[in-house]
Design a protein around this ligand. Sequence first.
Ligand code: SF4
Ligand code: MG
Length: 327
Amino acid sequence: DAPLLEVDDLYVEFHTRDGVAKVLNGVSYHVEAGETLAVLGESGSGKSVTAQAIMGILDVPPAVVTGGAIRYHGEDLLAVSDQRRSDVRAEGIAMIFQDALSALNPVFTVGFQIEEQLRVRLGLSRKEARKRAIALLDQVRIPNAARRVRQYPHEFSGGMRQRAMIAMSLALDPEVLIADEPTTALDVTVQAQIMDLLKEIQVERKMGLILITHDLAVVAEVADRIAVMYAGRIVEHSDAVSLYRKPGHPYTVGLMESMPRLDQKGTELRTIKGLPPSLLAIPSGCPFHPRCPMAVDKCVTDVPGDHRLGLGRTSKCHFAEELVGRV
Ligand code: SF4
Ligand code: MG
């Protein structure tokens, strides 16, 4: 059976005044019904661009897809008609963002924005749509949903707005939900509540959830699998348990060392030295070599391929086997 949603060897370039930025360089991942894939990486690693490509919201130009496929139930969304593509995306795949204010229209009530989709796409009457909107707000634990449905986005707090956006994204009962840094703008307590809510909804609806984040701590408890991105490629792909037990790529090691841990209060956090590379001039060999504490000469010249580490794990590091102790 074809995976629910699959990105297969995707290449994207941005044609800028300064040259061609190689933003995605052969990205592959998939998500199945009822599982959570976390896509982890610093900003500029390509995690949002991959999501935008799935949703068909890349800015064209400057973005150009130069290779690969995006398959939903085996159907390549890059190869079908615009109409077919937008139908699939509207009804099968939904996305939420860091900033709910940019996703919600300030001049319409929250209820109207949910109901509009239900009326246009599903042909519900006004009354039915209103009922469904209230039920959705209720499901995302917005108190007094029947009153809240008539309010405008600015009348909601940050956390409540995020919940309203989640409700809106669920209106057409998507099979896949993509959440791009859904909690980054929120304070820590609210962050945890929203993550719990997303997880709960994902389990209840058996959705595939793609959780995009720069923060390993955020996904620690909810991810089934983790894809770590660097310089527009996936440098490690692993089930979450194995990755936390023993990261298979020096970049993942760095991300873990810069994650605050409750059991080690007061210890100084180590952060990865240097900055992510410019995508206009990706370093030779392993793109992580200028920042890698394990780098040797070979890393400067030879591009590491995918090393298979068992259980479907892969790592693009010449020393992946040594790192996980399989040598
Ligand atoms: Fe570091 Fe070399 Fe592995 Fe790249 S291939 S992550 S530079 S050790
Ligand atoms: Mg981003």
